[in-house]
Design a protein around this ligand. Structure first.
Ligand SMILES: NC(=O)C1=CN([C@@H]2O[C@H](COP(=O)(O)OP(=O)(O)OC[C@H]3O[C@@H](n4cnc5c(N)ncnc54)[C@H](O)[C@@H]3O)[C@@H](O)[C@H]2O)[C@@H](O)CC1
Ligand SMILES: [K+]
Length: 500
């Protein structure tokens, strides 16, 4: 599924109008597809309920007039609420007139929308930018105070389809019906939090109106083809050797979580090379990996462990470095040693990332694929920008960094962005329950496991983020969003792998 900017979807529609369809035909299809989705979701509860279809001055309102007619015909007490004025553009005007002719009531915006059961938000679509000008500021404030179920058509009004920004009191939807494709407001903060459940409806724009260089949303079906079935004659050697350089005296759990996630996602053998004082703790929680307790300093890897680590590196088919490792002069030296000397792909997470923020150019000399999995705070340190700047430019920041340093990036957070600097993928699984300590260690373990099994690092990263999010979704459904632990997610991970 593509993710487009406002200009990109406009170019697609322009091509469609040139060769295949009139604007009025496409608007009718869009409005009809949205009405059908609303009826499919809310069904009989719409009948005799009050539905206020709020319409602005653009073409999003055109969809709204079609929707109002269809919901009215379905038996809802649907009315058109004009937020500013009667339509002036030809296509919306056509469907407005048709709605009026079929008896759909029309009123100008007033506080009666506060008592509506449903608000259908056709105030703005992809044409919105900046802060809401009068009278729309007042409209947004009123919608924000209503207790109606809010359905946004194409985009939640007040969000910017291209950069995901949102104006004051932008509409917060329960359900968003996106027309033709996703737009960036559906996947970038803060507007992604305003969409509620998202459904994309196909309105029949032919494939040849699209290019193939758009950002792409990744879901379970997209990654099924990336994970090959196990070989009938496989053995523990042929399913990969993952070396985890994770954990410390103060953060032993990171090693436990990373290794267990790797095992649950299919790797043949895991070795956890860990500072000595963390060994009793990790070994009491994990029995399946091989352990190598090594020299430490202040509970973290000591520089003296480099020879042992070097030996372990010869054994590995992939390395995860950094979860719960701690930052010290010694762990910095170890991180640089691993990056410079590894002959297999390295997944660099957490303190592994923090260890290179002062010597970041080292990435340019690394000969093997490197996957960095920063959260926005780690990314902000890597690029010397504030977290806010990172979050308001997630795609560009991740893409530019990946391109500059020749690495793969999974920029975590809701809708994790995965990029190699050329192409961009955005994850659609996961939920806010996953915003807790330990989930990052789990992600690194899954990606490391897939890479060790021979999946190319880019595909392994895409598959890892999707499956990680699904583990969070399944655990939250079974328990609760607030109540899950990362081990509830790991428990579901094993079962989830039956999908592949
Ligand atoms: N091109 C087409 O024929 C189709 C368009 N479709 C719909 O049309 C939408 C896009 O239509 P438009 O391009 O007309 O855009 P919008 O319907 O989003 O609205 C554009 C209007 O909003 C005003 N506006 C923008 N920012 C504002 C602000 N901050 N304060 C106050 N007013 C502001 C503009 O001046 C303009 O009048 C899509 O999202 C989709 O819903 C669909 O019906 C499919 C077909
Ligand atoms: K809208």
């Amino acid at each position: 599924m593509y993710i487009l900017t406002a200009d990109e979807i406009r170019a697609v529609e322009t091509d469609c109008f040139k060769y295949y369809s009139t604007e009025a035909e496409l608007m009718l299809k869009a409005g009809t597809a949205c009405a059908e989705s609303i009826i499919e979701k809310y069904g009989d509860s719409l009948v005799n309920s009050s539905v206020a279809v709020l319409c602005g001055n653009g073409k999003n309102a055109g969809d709204g007039f079609v929707i109002a007619s269809l919901l009215y015909a379905y038996g809802a007490n649907a009315k058109i609420v004009l937020c500013d004025k009667e339509p002036e553009i030809a296509e919306p005007l056509k469907y407005y007139n048709e709605a009026v002719m079929s008896g759909v009531p029309v009123e100008f915006f007033n506080n009666s929308v506060l008592s509506a059961d449903y608000i259908v938000d056709c105030i703005f679509g992809i044409g919105f930018h900046g802060e809401a000008r009068s009278p729309f500021d007042k409209v947004f404030e009123t919608v924000a105070n209503s207790s109606a179920t809010v359905i946004s058509v194409d985009t939640p009004s007040g969000t910017n389809a291209t950069d995901g920004s949102a104006c004051k009191n932008a509409v917060k939807a329960d359900f968003t019906v996106a027309i033709s494709t996703l737009k960036f407001c559906h996947v970038l903060p803060p507007s992604n939090a305003l969409c509620g459940e998202i459904k994309v409806v196909n309105i029949g724009i032919p494939d040849d109106c699209y290019n193939d260089d758009y950002a792409t949303a990744i879901m379970i079906d997209d990654i099924k083809k990336l994970i090959p079935p196990l070989e009938y004659n496989s053995n523990k050697g042929s399913n990969g050797h993952l070396l985890c350089l994770c954990g410390s005296y103060k953060m032993p759990g990171a090693g436990v979580i990373c290794c267990e996630s790797a095992i649950r996602s299919g790797v043949g053998l895991v070795k956890l090379t860990v500072p000595k004082s963390a060994y009793p703790i990790v070994a009491s929680h994990l029995v399946q990996p091989i352990f190598n307790p090594v020299e430490e300093s202040n509970g973290m890897y000591s520089e003296k462990a480099i020879d042992e680590i070097s030996n372990d590196m010869q054994w590995a088919s992939a390395i995860v470095l950094g979860c719960g490792m701690g930052v010290s002069d010694d762990t910095r030296k170890i991180t640089e040693f691993v990056l410079k000397n590894s002959k297999v792909p390295v997944i660099l997470d957490a303190d592994g990332i923090n260890c290179i923020t002062l010597s970041i150019d080292i990435l340019k000399d690394v000969k093997v694929p490197v996957v960095l999995t920063p959260h926005p705070g780690e990314m902000s340190r890597l690029v010397s920008k504030s977290v806010e700047e990172v979050q308001s430019n997630r795609v560009e920041v991740a893409k530019d960094f990946a391109k500059k340093y020749g690495v793969l990036i999974a920029l975590k957070g809701a809708n994790t962005v995965v990029t190699d600097g050329e192409t961009v993928f955005v994850n659609m699984s996961g939920n806010p329950a996953m915003a807790m300590g330990g989930t990052g260690d789990m992600l690194s373990g899954i990606i490391g496991s897939f890479v060790a099994q021979g999946i190319n690092p880019y595909d392994a990263t895409k598959a890892g983020v999707v499956i990680h999010g699904l583990s969070g979704d399944n655990a939250s459904k079974a328990i609760s969003q607030r109540g899950i632990t990362v081990f509830d997610m790991i428990d579901r991970l094993g079962a989830l792998m039956s999908e592949f």
